[in-house]
Design a protein around this ligand. Structure first.
Ligand SMILES: Cc1cc2nc3c(=O)[nH]c(=O)nc-3n(C[C@H](O)[C@H](O)[C@H](O)COP(=O)(O)OP(=O)(O)OC[C@H]3O[C@@H](n4cnc5c(N)ncnc54)[C@H](O)[C@@H]3O)c2cc1C
Length: 275
C-alpha cells in the first residue's frame, strides 16, 4: 500500500497575534512544530504500512525550515519525504496550496491513500484536504476517527459527527482527513531522527519546475483570493454588574436601556415595562 501524508509546519501556538501595523502574523519567538492533526495522520499511515506493507511518503509545502517536520515524520517511521519549496509558492491561498500539493501527488503517481490532518492550527480553514481530493478526482472522507478495515480496493472508516458517527465504505484511492481521536502518535526513534536531520535523506526538495507548474499558477500570483486586511477584533463593550435589591436592579436596568443610544428594540421593550 502506497500512502502519502500531507503535513504542515505551524507556529507552536493557537493564540495568533497580529502586528497592528502590517497585519502580519508575529512569528518572532514562536517555535515551529508539526501541525497537531498531522501527527495523527503520520501515525495512521505508519500503522497501516506496518499492517499491510508498502511505503509512506510525507509531503510538505513551506519554507526551507519545514524540512524539520519531514525529518520528524521520518523519525516516526515514514520512508521518505518531499519538501516543496520555492519563492513562487509564497503567499499561496488555499486554492493555490491545494493545486501545488495536487500536482505533486500526480507526479508521485502511485498512491492508495492520501492522509491529511483535519485542520491546521494557524490557517484554520480545513479546506486543503477536500480541495486536494477534488483536484485529484478521488473520494474523500473527512473527520476520520477510526479506520476499521483496510482492503486492496476499499476501506471502512468511522467519521466523527457532532452527535455520533458515520460508518463509511470508501473505494481506494481516497483522501482521508483525520482527527486526534484516531490514535496516539508515537515518538520519533532517535537514530532515524538523527539520520534524517544530519543526512537530510531520504528527503527530496522540489521546486515549481520539478512539479511542472508555471510560477503564475502557484503562490500569490496563482491565488484566487487576496487578503485585503487582517485585524484582531476590538472589544469595546464593558460589562457592569448591577447591585441592590431585585426591584432596584430592574429599575436601573430599564433606565439604562432607555438611555442607551441606538438600542431601539431595547427602548421599545423598556417602554413597555412597568414596575
Ligand atoms: C488569501 C490568502 C492569502 C494567504 N497568504 C499567505 C501567505 O502569504 N503566507 C502564508 O504562509 N500563508 C498564507 N495563507 C495561508 C495559506 O493559504 C494556508 O496556510 C494554506 O493554504 C493552508 O491552509 P490552512 O492552513 O487553512 O490548512 P488546512 O486546510 O486547515 O489544513 C488541513 C490539512 O491540509 C494539509 N496541509 C495544509 N497546508 C499544507 C502545506 N503547506 N503542506 C502540506 N500539507 C498541508 C495538512 O494535512 C493539514 O492538516 C493565505 C491564505 C489566504 C486565504
Amino acid at each position: 500500500m502506497n500512502i502519502i501524508v500531507l503535513i504542515k509546519q505551524v507556529p507552536n501556538t493557537t493564540r495568533v497575534e497580529l502586528d497592528p501595523k502590517t497585519g502580519n502574523l508575529i512569528r518572532e519567538g514562536l517555535l515551529s512544530i508539526m501541525n497537531p492533526d498531522d501527527l495523527h495522520a503520520v501515525e495512521a499511515a505508519i500503522t497501516l504500512k506496518e499492517a499491510c506493507g508498502g511505503k509512506v511518503t510525507v509531503v510538505s509545502m513551506g519554507p526551507q525550515q519545514a524540512i524539520d517536520v519531514i525529518s520528524e515524520a521520518i523519525g516516526m517511521g515514514a520512508d521518505e519525504g518531499i519538501l516543496l519549496t520555492d519563492k513562487a509558492f509564497a503567499g499561496a491561498d488555499t486554492w493555490a496550496t491545494s493545486f501545488t500539493l495536487g500536482r505533486t501527488i500526480e507526479k508521485i503517481k502511485q498512491y492508495d491513500i492520501v492522509f491529511c490532518g483535519r485542520q491546521a492550527i494557524d490557517g484554520d480553514t480545513a479546506q486543503i484536504g477536500p480541495q486536494v481530493a477534488d483536484y485529484l478526482r478521488i473520494p474523500q472522507v473527512t473527520y476520520v476517527s477510526e479506520i476499521e478495515e483496510v482492503h486492496e480496493r476499499h476501506v471502512i472508516v468511522k467519521r466523527r459527527l457532532e452527535d455520533g458517527f458515520e460508518r463509511i465504505h470508501c473505494r481506494l484511492p481516497a483522501l482521508l482527513t483525520v482527527i486526534g481521536e484516531l490514535n496516539r502518535p508515537r515518538y520519533p526513534m532517535i537514530d532515524r531522527l538523527i539520520r534524517a536531520c544530519r543526512d537530510k535523506a531520504p528527503i527530496q526538495i522540489w521546486n515549481a519546475a520539478d512539479i511542472g507548474v508555471k510560477t503564475d499558477q502557484v503562490g500569490l500570483e496563482g491565488s484566487l483570493t487576496h487578503v485585503i486586511k487582517t485585524f484582531a477584533p476590538k472589544f469595546k463593550r464593558e460589562g457592569k454588574i448591577l447591585e441592590g435589591t431585585t426591584e432596584a436592579v430592574v429599575r436601573e436596568l430599564i433606565q439604562k436601556l432607555k438611555e442607551s443610544e441606538g438600542a431601539t428594540a431595547c427602548k421599545a421593550f423598556a417602554s413597555t415595562c412597568r414596575i
